[in-house]
Write a protein of this length. Structure first.
Lengths: 393, 253
């Protein structure tokens, strides 16, 4: 079975491009060109040199000694939290802005939930001197004031999305509407492995640098390229797509995708799409999504804004359905406790999204010889207010 | 013969009106349809509300959100339309996004439309290629016409392909925009209307997006078989309620 996209843009039953005709010319232009552009030596050279000199790659693969001792197994952390701007998101925005430039686009739009992708987009727009407009739900603008300020400092215009539930899915709708209204000069930088084909595949390819490095680094440290387990949190799923990418066809690697259970999978306040979702169409992609029996998209909940998306990328839907990946959901409380635990055990304050991934250490049994790689997708600076409120720090 | 094809044969310019089912009030659907027909409208697009209407501007979004809050569902819309053919003769089209139809079940959805006497569907986020490969047979089995959109950016080759898959009319989006976002047409739009008219397609074209009054209706129908009014009609419902429909229509035709 293939876990990669097919020539029609599908991962098994999921994916495709369910888009209004107004978007067709732009999405088709991208579909026809993305592989060609990203395969050009000049593109590869510029992409890699920015990842090295600007983002700070390769990010370390850190052997977490104290955690490993406690859980009696070998735990490695892939330190995406050390990327410029604080998370893996920038790997993708660097790649996409180079594609946008090759396509001759002059105006960049993006959606953002917690603001991480918005900041990563504003950053690369500043770097390239391109106009940048970031759509963000009105509710999120209030919740994430520091990231709104960062985007403004970087020269981006933050436009509030005031339709629907005023959060990430609505910001995405507004960005798509902007693209419909500006079909000639505008490029839409999507922040995750979601949206119409070719976005999920393109974003996964840009994030695949994560697993490419893991392979090289494990070879050096353990004398083998493949871990026994690779673990990542999944909202839309871009950090997970990157961490899993080069292990998808390696049968000896167990892939664990960690979703946000919110207050509990059955609480009605959850973002565990694999458990609660049904196949449907969201933002141009056929995938698993949380919806009413009538097909209206419902609002998910998680304490972590980055996992608070009602769908999941089509690649992950396929990994779930084909059972290639094991999906585990982790509650707010479990994730928050791991925010403290990782800080105190290893001296690393994780993003709440990433803290979800660590909580599987309490859910699974590992052998002393197992190599477990956990993708530490982002740092916790942006979540300080949430940590302060939650723990009364 | 399908009512849409019959209507397209009439020697006149057609006015089609869009409204969101369940707006302004949950049970206004049948009354609005009947009043539109009485007022002389040629065709009606009944909007099936969706939580995330990507191709729509603020007016239709807001009416869709309100309709959902009022309690509109696919099942309820079909119940409201159950006996519509006892009183209404003009073509009825359901316009909606694909996900609610997918959840209802495409075969079931088409069957229900056919039983009620709905003549066609407009599904903006169901691309023509996916339709042709997976759903065309089902739609045709139930005698439903599926209407596709073209825009000023649609290439001639693609327009030819869309024409070949269509069996009613082509919905010509007047400009690169979501619904309800402009007023009046400029020379570039007229050039586009003329370019399409000159292609002599098999399917007649009806222009939508940006038609709001008599002037824009007349401008559009110089080049096409008809025109569709959506946002402007919904604004009128919001401001003047359902009692004002005949006045709104008579100001246009």
């Amino acid at each position: 079975m293939s876990y990669h996209v097919d020539e029609k843009g599908f991962y098994g039953n999921f994916g495709g491009a369910y888009i209004p005709e107004m978007l067709y010319p732009n999405v088709e232009e991208l579909r026809q060109n993305y592989l060609k552009i990203t395969a050009e030596p000049s593109f590869k050279k510029e992409f890699m040199s920015l990842l090295v000199d600007y983002v700070g790659r390769p990010t370390p693969l850190y052997f977490a000694e104290r955690l490993s001792k406690e859980y009696n197994t070998k735990i490695y952390l892939k330190r995406e939290d050390l990327c410029h701007t604080g998370a893996h998101k920038v790997n993708n925005t660097i790649g996409q802005i180079l594609v946008a430039k090759k396509l001759g686009k002059t105006r960049i739009i993006a959606e953002t939930g917690a603001g991480q992708h918005g900041v990563a987009t504003a950053t690369v727009c500043a770097l390239m001197g391109l106009e940048c407009i970031v759509y963000m739900g009105e509710v999120d603008i209030k919740r994430q004031a520091p990231n709104v300020a960062r985007m403004k400092m970087l020269g981006a215009e933050v436009r509030p999305a005031s339709s629907g539930s005023k959060t990430l899915k609505d910001a995405t709708n507004e960005a798509i509407r902007d693209w419909i209204n500006n079909p000639e000069n505008t490029y839409y930088i999507i922040g995750s492995v979601v949206g119409p084909h070719p976005y999920p595949d393109m974003v996964a390819r840009f994030q695949a640098i994560i697993s490419e490095e893991i392979k090289q680094q494990l070879q050096e440290k353990e004398g083998r390229e493949n871990p026994d387990y690779v673990v990542a949190c999944v909202g839309g799923g871009s950090n997970a797509a990157g961490a899993f990418y080069h292990f998808l066809d390696e049968k000896d690697v167990t892939i664990i995708a960690v979703e946000a259970a919110g207050l509990g999978v059955d609480s009605g306040e959850s973002a565990a799409t694999s458990a609660l979702g049904k196949i449907g169409i969201i933002h141009g992609s056929k995938t698993l999504l949380m919806q009413s029996p009538d097909g209206q998209i419902t609002e998910p909940y998680s304490i972590s804004a980055g996992l608070d998306y009602p769908g999941v990328g089509p690649m992950h839907a396929h990994l779930f359905e084909s059972k290639r990946a094991e999906f585990i959901s982790i509650t707010d409380a479990e994730a928050m406790d791991w925010g403290i635990k990782l800080s105190k055990t290893e001296g690393i304050i994780p993003a709440i999204e990433s803290a979800h991934a660590f909580a599987i250490l309490d859910k699974k049994q590992f052998k002393p010889t197992d190599v477990v790689v956990i993708n530490l997708s982002g740092r916790g600076d942006k979540d300080l207010n949430t940590y302060i409120d939650y723990f009364k720090l | 013969m399908n009512r849409i094809n019959q209507k397209l044969q009439e020697d006149k310019k057609l006015l089609s009106i869009y409204f969101s089912a369940g707006y302004p009030n949950l049970n206004d659907t049948v009354q609005i349809i009947q009043d539109l027909e009485k007022s002389g409208v040629d065709m009606i697009e009944i909007g099936l509300p969706f939580s995330d209407p990507l191709a729509d501007g603020p007016t239709i979004q807001a009416s869709s959100t309100q309709a959902l809050q009022n309690g509109m569902t696919t099942k309820l819309l079909f119940e409201q339309l159950e006996n519509i053919r006892e009183t209404v003769k003009i073509p009825l089209i359901i316009m909606g996004y694909f996900n609610p139809m997918l959840q209802y079940g495409i075969e079931e959805f088409c069957k229900k439309c056919s039983e009620i006497g709905v003549d066609g569907l407009i599904i903006p986020d169901l691309p023509v290629a996916i339709y042709a490969e997976n759903y065309k047979t089902t739609f045709e089995k139930y005698g439903l016409i599926n209407v596709f959109l073209i825009t000023p950016q649609t290439s001639n080759d693609r327009i030819q392909f869309i024409d070949s898959v269509s069996n009613g009319f082509i919905y010509m989006v007047s400009s690169a925009s979501v619904t309800g976002s402009q007023s009046g047409f400029g020379s570039s739009q007229e050039a586009y209307f003329k370019r399409i008219a000159d292609m002599n397609l098999n399917n007649p074209q009806i222009i939508g997006f940006g038609i709001s009054d008599k002037t824009t209706f007349n401008q559009a129908t110089q080049f096409a078989k008809g025109a569709i009014i959506g946002s402007a009609f919904i604004k009128n419902l919001t401001e003047n309620g359902v009692g004002n429909i005949s006045k709104f229509v008579s100001a246009i035709i």
